[in-house]
Design a protein around this ligand. Structure first.
Ligand SMILES: [Zn+2]
Length: 211
């Protein structure tokens, strides 16, 4: 059922939207690369416009969160589902496309969802969503990092994977990620990697897959 492409790399950006979103899109367009944005709910008209632009430019969109407040969304299974549903319906309303993929805030298994993550995962799968963790962490969630360190992180870790799902962030504090992005893309292409957007045809990379 999955159609994995050999040597593929999936650049994923968590936490959209931000003041650097349009610059990220510009780089992706210049380099002719499609990526994936995991979306945080934002009901401003500007955000809706950019969300549509992302779809029109061929990128993938997945659900990330509505509040992105770990202690709230992981306080119970019901709390997670209702938080998720707001963003999922909003994406469908704005773009006309029902999202089919998601990324859990903090990853599918984290210190906030102990004891309930199995139930949440089972319920998301039952509802027909696929979730994607990552196997390459760019390191941009850290408070301090440099253009050089994020570049090296991505390039060195991708080398070890046949299929790489790269975690990066689209947020105001992550301008360094944006600065490193052109070189990262150039280097991945030069080493023969194919950069693609995630779809539910891509076999998920997960910290722990519950069947
Ligand atoms: Zn996030």
């Amino acid at each position: 059922m999955y159609e994995d492409v050999p040597n593929s790399v999936y650049l994923t950006f968590d936490d959209w939207p931000s003041p650097i979103t349009e610059d990220i899109l510009k780089v992706l367009k210049e380099k002719d690369v499609k990526a994936t944005f995991f979306v945080v709910y934002n009901d401003s008209p500007d955000a809706a416009k950019i969300l549509k632009q992302i779809v029109e430019e061929g990128h993938s969109i997945g659900v990330h969160s509505t509040t992105h407040i770990y202690s709230q969304i992981y306080s119970s299974v019901e709390a997670f589902l209702s938080d998720f549903e707001v963003t999922a319906s909003w994406i469908e309303e704005v773009t006309g496309i029902k999202p089919e993929i998601l990324r859990f805030p903090g990853g599918s298994i984290n210190i906030y969802n102990e004891g309930i993550y199995q139930t949440i995962i089972a319920e998301m799968l039952r509802r027909g969503y696929l979730y994607y963790d990552w196997n390459v962490d760019s390191g941009d969630a850290a408070r301090y990092y440099s253009k050089h360190s994020i570049y090296n992180n991505v390039i060195k870790k991708v080398e070890k994977k046949d299929k790489a799902i790269v975690l990066m962030h689209d947020s105001a504090q992550k301008k360094v990620t944006l600065q490193a992005l052109p070189d990262i893309i150039d280097s991945l292409k030069a080493s023969g990697r194919t950069l693609l957007p995630l779809t539910n045809q891509v076999k998920p990379v997960t910290f722990s897959y519950v069947n």
